[in-house]
Design a protein around this ligand. Sequence first.
Ligand code: BGC
Length: 813
Amino acid sequence: MAKTPLSVTAVDLTAEQQALLVEGVDAWQTNDLADKGVRRLFITDGPHGVRKVRAAAGSFAIGDNETSTAFPPAVTVASSWNPDNAFAMGEAIGREARAAGVDVILGPGVNIKRSPLCGRNFEYFSEDPLVSGVLGSAFVRGIQSVGVGASVKHFAANSNENYRFVGDSVVDERALREIYLRAFERIVSEARPETVMCSYNRINGVYASQNAPLLTGILREEWGFDGLVMTDWGATVDRVAGILAGCDLEMPGQVAHNRRELLDSAASDPRVADALARSAGRVLDLVAKHPESQPEQAAFQLADHEELSEQIAREGAVLMANDGALPLAPTTEGLVVVGELFEHMRFQGAGSSLITPPYVVSPRQAFDRRGVGYRYAPGYSAFDGTATPQLRDEAVAATAGAETVLFFGGLTDFEESEGFDRTHLRLGAAQLELLETILDAGARVVLVLFAGAVVELPMADRLAAVLNMNLPGMRGGEATAALLFGEANPSGKLAESWVRRVEDSSPFADYNRSARAEYYESVYVGYRFHDAAGTDLAYPFGHGLSYTSYEYSELKVTVDAGTVTAQLNVTNTGAVDGDEVVQLYVGSRSSAVFMTAKELRGFARVHVPAGATRAVTIEFPLAELSYWDVAHGGWVLENGEYEVMAAASASDIRLRAPLRVTGHATSRSPYPSAVDAAYASPPREVPAAFEALLGAPVVDDYDARRLTMNTRLGDARATLLGRLVARAIIGTVAKDYRAALALPPSLERDAQVKNTYFVLRMMPNSVLRSMAMSSAGAFPYELAEALSLLATGHPIRAIGAFRAWRARRKESA
Ligand code: BGC
């Protein structure tokens, strides 16, 4: 983005002015310096649409937004395996952002899906860093192509919600580099995002918001990032340490305590003064990229964006199983539809990414538009997944004698959301029971699924077909109908492994057991784990069927000037046109270091008309075969034998070709033999050699009993005072939830209930520090500190903190 030089630089500013620049104001803006000609920037969510809170709703309201196109979330975009979709969507969101006067969009979310239980997986692309990196990069390029900034989040190793404010992601250096940082690295170097958002959690003991090796050493010095780093909302711990580490902008800001600490330290420590000036300079640089202060006249047709959202939903849907039941003829006799998601489709996930579209097209509306005849029974409530006996009985009666039943199933916002993780992968009890009952009666059942992440389908073998729409955005109903009736051919593939049982997931022995997340599985994440563990998967990574079939032939692999080129032919052997997602994996066959069996190195989505053959070329730099050598602290390309695999999924390798690497490094393990032995195959529990792998002891310094500033409210129940304080805080939020429940039935009520529930469920995971840091001054830091001191048995110091709070209140009054 071209910069318009400002007439002011950081050195022209006083420390007070710099301190104002490096914090936000009013939840979504940066501070202006009007007399210096520095305007304020508007920064907002993201990622699958523009979520701009309506002014009347107050700064932080989640569900009361100005309307904008609700695109499918990342899970669906990733399942399309089409970077053009990510680019086009970013571009469209960028245009809507400009029209709404928004300068920076908070997205994409490119964290790796470490466990299928993570409540926020719908907002992330994949378990694989290449898919996340390629799609994230295209999305950033799309947004920034129209002059809006992107904020790549959440940097880094942020893989759960339950411990999001205090968790420590204990990750070995190699897994960090090869898996958790790799998508960020690709995006930073390919797409040059204007900003990066650091995550809430700690990485190997140090909070991301003050992690100098991460924010400065790796991000800026190694990768050459020259943009701005901002905190996630309320992620600040120690603001001075943050500035020193390279965390420029504190959001949402207005924490008087932080500003004071920063100014005091800057006055006495030249290193802090320099760092403050540098960060203020980066805010000025960002402002210079966005000189307009007025919303731009809309230069697009909303209808085009809505159409694009539908196209991505179509391309991102995954046909997981099909015995020939699909496609349906629109004239199918005796079609029975069960499941209220048919009428009230879940089209996006819950939390800060919640978009308010101008309208939603449900599958029912799309069926009716086509004049399809059907009998329909809701069976359960799409809102909360419950069923009354009457709803259930009516559905069972409706399916009596039916030949084909379309069962619309999926998750609710009460089960899958930002703010908390799932405790299991099952469908809701009412849906499960109803589905089993209908299957027991002998009907042929097609399951149409709306969920942002993996669900266990124990009845899968009895289903005639499974069409996974993921979360399809505002026009998902149209996309669903088009695919079910064969107007479009499902061609998406899964970007994450679908386990049969949660126990089979790669980090199961550790996930959400405590604040300390031990990433003991190292590089064995997702299919990298299942390959070696031989997991009996429900549906593997990269899996997706179609109404046609493809044959792969003639794989040729060449290496020239550091680029590997794989060429092959794909023939559509069926009767309908379709797109095939070809995956290229490579595995080392001779390394002395522990290696996964294969890693995705490239992919291509190609359109192949019925009966036609298309040549496919996939290229990648040979250097990408390097692994992270902990002895060297660098990437090492090993000599030896590699195998290149062209595949239809991680479990469906169609063609293989050898690749020999010479002239680079001789393979040798940098690890002690105990590590080599423990990691020769993926560990099923935290191995004794985990600390040797880390090269450091695992430290547990989370105080789960007493209500410190960094103890989750839900944990602090061990002490009476902690319990009382936690109960009082949670009680306030619970009141809002009850008030929402008491509203008369309406869409407005549903939104209120969902949003207050999201906050209520997140509350036990929240900590006083982050609540103070994210409240934009409404919950002052000193008050939080006083409560914490009281709850941890320091009444005298608590009185001191109360006094400080009162004095500051007076001062600002
Ligand atoms: C989320 C971010 C989001 C921010 C602003 C945070 O709680 O983690 O993803 O952009 O809130 O809504």
